[in-house]
Design a protein around this ligand. Structure first.
Ligand code: ADP
Length: 299
């Protein structure tokens, strides 16, 4: 738990293809904080042809890391915008131990701190397979599994109707290199946050909805309920850690605002999976960006 008044930052760590983007869009909608992905910000700069985009281009195409200072300045500028006032999900950053140390210091200078570092753990063979076939939406960044030769469905995003594309650095020879770079540069970042007691390791080689549930629970979501013999999944409303037995305030994934006094029973992830409130379950299973139909949003 971090002190009151400190803006919480959640880090999403994991190798290329671990599912960070897919899960981040869901967490963004659930928590109401922006998803800042360093890779997406860099790709935006490239599309716009900014000096930063041009400087980053050659590193990205090779699958190498862009120099620390360039990405740090870019991400810190983005974190300073008003929509990140209540917190943010940071994806793809920090990527090296040096970046982690600078980011920690810069966050502290801005009354902010890493609250949790979520690490999605997926075996390398699975990563290569996932990336080789994936197609992406250029607007919402949703990832669609497919074959490298053919886009899935009719080749458009079900959310935005944009034409799906394949990232040039998803070519098999570059992917292998990106994974190697990740293992040598980013594993020390994982150790860094583990030593600070902030790391939560999640098995990312499970279904999208199972990983979602584990993520929600690891950032303070709790399973409570048995209202009408169903378990609900609550997310801490004030975006702080919730401990069993404490007075808390939350929102079910189906949209109700609740307090601990209303639902005294505490369940587990397995309880929720075996007997979920249908609407909470739909929210967990919904496609990225698609959870708003599950009930009135109360924030
Ligand atoms: P992935 O995690 O799938 O490799 P990203 O979209 O996060 O993809 O990043 C794409 C590329 O952008 C990386 O290969 C790297 O060149 C660059 N990049 C992204 N974030 C950083 C960072 N924090 N530091 C250095 N380079 C970065």
């Amino acid at each position: 738990m971090i002190r009151d008044g400190i803006r919480p930052i959640i880090l999403l760590l994991g190798p290329p293809g671990a599912g960070k983007g897919t899960q981040a869009r869901f967490l963004r909608d659930t928590l109401g904080v922006p998803h800042l992905a360093s890779g997406d910000l860099l790709r935006d700069h490239r599309r716009l042809g900014t000096p930063l985009g041009l400087a980053a281009q050659e590193y990205m195409d090779r699958g190498d890391l862009v120099p620390d200072q360039l990405v740090i300045d870019m991400v810190m500028e983005r974190l300073g915008r008003p929509d990140a006032r209540r917190g943010a999900l940071l994806d793809g950053m920090p990527r090296t131990r040096a970046q982690a140390e600078i980011v920690d210091q810069m966050l502290a200078d801005r009354l902010s701190a890493v609250r949790t570092a979520l690490y999605l753990d997926v075996p390398t063979t699975v990563l290569v397979e996932r990336i080789a076939g994936r197609w992406l939406c250029p607007s919402c960044q949703a990832a669609y599994p497919g074959r490298s030769s053919d886009p899935p469905g009719n080749g458009t995003c079900v959310e935005c109707r944009d034409r799906l594309y394949q990232r040039p650095d998803d070519r098999p020879e570059v992917v292998q290199h990106r994974i190697e770079v990740y293992l040598s540069a980013t594993v020390p970042v994982i150790d860094h946050y583990a030593k600070l007691g902030l790391l939560v390791k999640i098995d990312g080689d499970r279904s999208v909805s199972t990983v979602r549930m584990a993520l929600v629970i690891s950032i303070g979501g709790v399973v409570r309920g048995r209202r009408r013999a169903r378990w609900h999944l609550f997310v801490s409303h004030d975006f702080r850690a919730v401990t069993a037995g404490s007075e808390w305030h939350g929102r079910t994934l189906c949209g109700h605002i609740v307090s601990s006094r209303m639902d005294p029973q505490l369940g587990t992830e397995d309880d929720f999976r075996s007997h979920p409130c249908h609407e909470c379950h739909v929210a967990i299973r919904a496609r990225p960006g698609g959870i708003s139909h599950t009930g009135p949003r109360t924030r």
